[in-house]
Design a protein around this ligand. Structure first.
Ligand code: ADP
Ligand code: ZN
Length: 721
């Protein structure tokens, strides 16, 4: 009789054994349907020696597998990646496996899906709900439940619209092929620096071996054109490429740019896909037909058939760090995937992370440099505005010098970008009479006023409430005041100063889909926006030749809190946003508003001496034995019941093992002491690099008698502390 060990898609379960019916044939990696109690679950057959099972069940008691899915088995390199990720980040293997299968509907046998879209004829009378639904759906299409979610109505409302003929069914063929990119389509003339870098990368692709390379070039140096040559080589050889980008808002501009070079768009993978698009992309990736995939970090776990190259664009971006579910860093997992697949990995960045520079230093990663901007473009001039010496007027946030520079820039018909990494109108609202502050009921966080939507919103859990007329504490009317600026408030100030200027606020509130991002790019290119006020969403990727002035409204913002990476992150962010200025033939200028113009990071930005900054930061990290020299892991204990969370955290603290070269700090209230209604305590583990800290933690937490109401999560190599 043949048995199979199966890892089921249920994070609470370990692997289970099943009987393989005689009529069925499976191998490691086969995707199967297995019974579990009364349910049927999807799972993957695993090598028994790599996935020990706690429950040894005799042959006669095994239940039979029900079916093998109509999809290729997960290949060995991907199975090793699942194991590695689960092991390194202390996550349940099934939770990692779920990311590879992405959506179980990817495996449904049907080759078509039925979606719905508006017919264009609107009946004379509509219920308000149906009217709202139609308006929100616009020209989009999707499954009934997708449209219902989009329009925020029940499925029944959508079905009603179908019945009345307002929405019509469309058959979507999920097996229709993707176009094949043409490496010879829009071949650029590379500069000698670009040529040298491209040749080295092309050689790595041709050799088809594991080789991480840092492609380090200032903003506008043409890194994209360079790694596109490596992509072209992989396409010529018939191998698949994966390009990871940090933000789904950047998908659309990337697709366009890719199409200019290769004649058609690549396959896109991100959370905004409809389920039919997801199924089509997953199948094309698994069959090897999808030659180039561009996606957010989740694209990393897809079942590529013959991966020949991985590119991580803007590799320093902190958004590659996944903060819920499986806590992983996509940049680091990308390198591991390259190792298991035996293919090159390119990390492209103008401001590489200290961790990445250290890998170069140690000789583990190769480095290619592009020292200057491509073509006639020069790097922008950068100047600080000392907010103590030259403050803005009372109640304003833009200093006179910045206002004058804006006036001149707009006068020349050029565009301005004001950067402030804070969504909404004001970060804090309080009552002038009694001092009441608006706090989120579920989090230790202030509610942020959003004037565009007239709401107070929590940026941590998404809780929203209307802005009240009167203070809920003292009932005072018109006593509420907004404290501090967010992007919306800066946009108001711009409207006051330059009433004629066409201004756009660009944040995740206004650019929430790839289509919105595309619309923004079109409006910028057509000159229909003169001043952009934006958060970190506008700091990267975009190329607007007529944008010549960048103003950083509050450069000190990121330094508050003083966590390990505060200075590095500030440097990266401001340098990236500066990189948006003067990318064409016109010179760019950057003005940085700060209270501490002499701080090391501000000086580095002004002088452009990145090396000196990095060297000093690296030295400080070495002294503190902080990453990349030592390492951290955060253990967060949470519960809806504060006493329970506190007690469980104490228990974890008391049972901390004594290990040479490891220190445990805490437990202490976590930086967000309450999040989504859960009270949180944190223990911070600081260890020598060489220590197998995961092993220690696994052993430590594994032995605890855990209270049912408390939950523990471990964040290995944490970012937010
Ligand atoms: P980076 O990614 O390093 O910031 P990009 O790749 O976006 O730089 O290049 C900046 C601009 O220069 C883009 O508009 C790009 O199309 C252009 N460019 C770069 N290299 C070339 C080239 N060899 N030929 C033509 N245009 C180029
Ligand atoms: Zn909240």
């Amino acid at each position: 009789m043949s048995r199979a060990r199966v890892l089921l898609l249920n994070a609470a379960l370990g692997p289970l054994d099943y009987r393989v019916p005689d009529t069925m044939s499976v191998e490691p990696g086969s995707i199967v349907v297995a019974p579990l109690g009364p349910r049927q679950l999807l799972g993957v057959v695993w090598e028994p020696d790599r996935m020990p099972s706690d429950a040894e069940v005799g042959d006669n008691r095994l239940r039979p597998l029900l079916a093998v899915a109509d999809a290729p088995p997960l290949r060995e390199p991907l199975r090793r990646l699942v194991e590695w990720t689960a092991d390194y980040y202390l996550a349940p293997p099934a939770a990692v496996l779920r990311m590879t299968l992405a959506s179980t509907s990817a495996l449904e046998g049907a080759r078509t899906a039925v979606e719905y879209r508006a017919t264009g004829t609107v009946p004379p009378r509509l219920t308000p709900q149906r009217e709202q639904a139609l308006e929100r759906i616009g020209d989009r299409q999707g499954l009934i439940r997708e449209l219902a979610a989009l329009a925020d109505v029940s499925d029944a409302v959508i079905r009603g619209l179908v019945k009345s003929g307002t929405l019509e069914a469309v058959q979507v063929d999920i097996d229709s092929p993707f176009p094949v990119p043409d490496p010879g389509h829009g071949v650029p003339e590379l500069s000698p620096d670009q040529r040298a870098a491209a040749d080295a990368l092309v050689a790595d692709v041709a050799a088809h071996r594991f080789q991480p390379t840092l492609l380090d070039g200032v903003t506008g140096s043409g890194k994209t054109e360079v790694y596109f040559e490596a992509v072209a080589e992989a396409i010529r050889l018939g191998r698949q490429c994966l390009v990871l980008i940090p933000e789904i808002a950047l998908t659309e501009p990337f697709l366009k740019r890719f199409a200019q070079r290769f004649g058609c768009e690549p396959v896109a993978w991100h959370s905004g896909l409809r389920s039919s698009q997801r199924r089509r992309a997953w199948r094309a990736i698994a069959s090897g037909e999808a030659l180039v995939t561009v996606g957010a970090r989740s694209a990393l776990f897809l079942p590529y058939r013959n991966l020949g190259l991985i590119v991580v664009d803007e590799a320093h971006e902190t958004s590659f760090k996944q903060e819920d579910g499986v806590h992983y860093h996509a940049r680091d997992v990308a390198v591991m995937r390259g190792r298991f697949e035996g293919c090159p990995v390119i990390l492209a960045s103008a401001t590489p992370a200290i961790e990445t520079r250290q890998q170069v230093e140690l000789g583990r990663y190769a480095e290619l440099q592009l020292p200057g901007r491509y073509g006639a473009a020069e790097l922008p001039t950068i100047e600080a505005i000392d907010l103590i010496q030259e403050p803005p007027e009372r109640g304003r946030w833009l200093a006179p010098k910045l206002v004058t520079a804006m006036e001149e820039t707009l006068g020349r018909g050029e565009q301005v970008l004001l950067f402030l990494n804070r969504r909404g109108y004001a970060p804090l609202t309080l009552c002038r009479t009694c001092g009441h502050r608006f706090q989120c009921p579920h989090c230790t966080a202030w509610m942020v006023e959003h004037r565009l939507t007239r709401r107070l919103a929590c940026h941590h859990c998404g809780h929203v409430e209307p802005v009240p007329r009167a203070c809920p504490e003292c009932s005072g009317e018109d006593t509420l005041v907004a404290c501090g600026p967010g992007v919306e408030r800066i946009a108001d100030e711009v409207a006051l100063l330059f009433p004629e200027a066409k201004t756009a606020v660009v944040t995740s509130d206004t650019i929430w889909s790839p289509a919105k991002a595309a619309e923004f790019v079109d409006r910028m290119e057509a000159g229909n926006i003169e001043v952009v006020v934006g958060t970190q969403l506008v700091t990267k990727g975009y190329h607007f030749p007529n944008l010549t002035l960048v103003g950083v409204v509050d450069a000190d913002l990121g330094l508050e809190g003083g966590d390990l990476r505060a200075a590095e992150r500030t440097f990266q962010q401001i340098r990236q946003v500066s990189g948006r200025a003067g990318r064409g033939e016109k010179p760019g200028h950057v003005l940085i508003q700060t209270h501490s113009p002499t701080a090391r990071v501000m000086q580095a930005l002004i002088t452009g001496d990145a090396e000196a900054f990095y060297d000093a930061e690296t030295e400080a990290r070495r002294e503190a034995n902080a990453p990349p020299f030592g390492r951290y892991a955060a253990i967060v204990v949470s519960s809806e019941d504060q006493a329970c969370a506190h007690e469980a955290a104490q228990l974890v603290g008391r049972s901390a093992p004594r290990v040479d070269g490891m220190y445990v700090y805490g437990p202490a209230p976590a930086p967000l002491a309450m999040l989504r209604g859960r009270h949180r305590y944190r223990l911070l583990v600081h260890a020598r690099r060489a220590l197998d800290v995961q092993d220690v933690i696994r052993d430590w937490l594994g032995k605890l008698d855990w209270p049912a109401k408390a939950r523990v999560t471990v964040d290995v190599d944490p970012y937010n502390f």
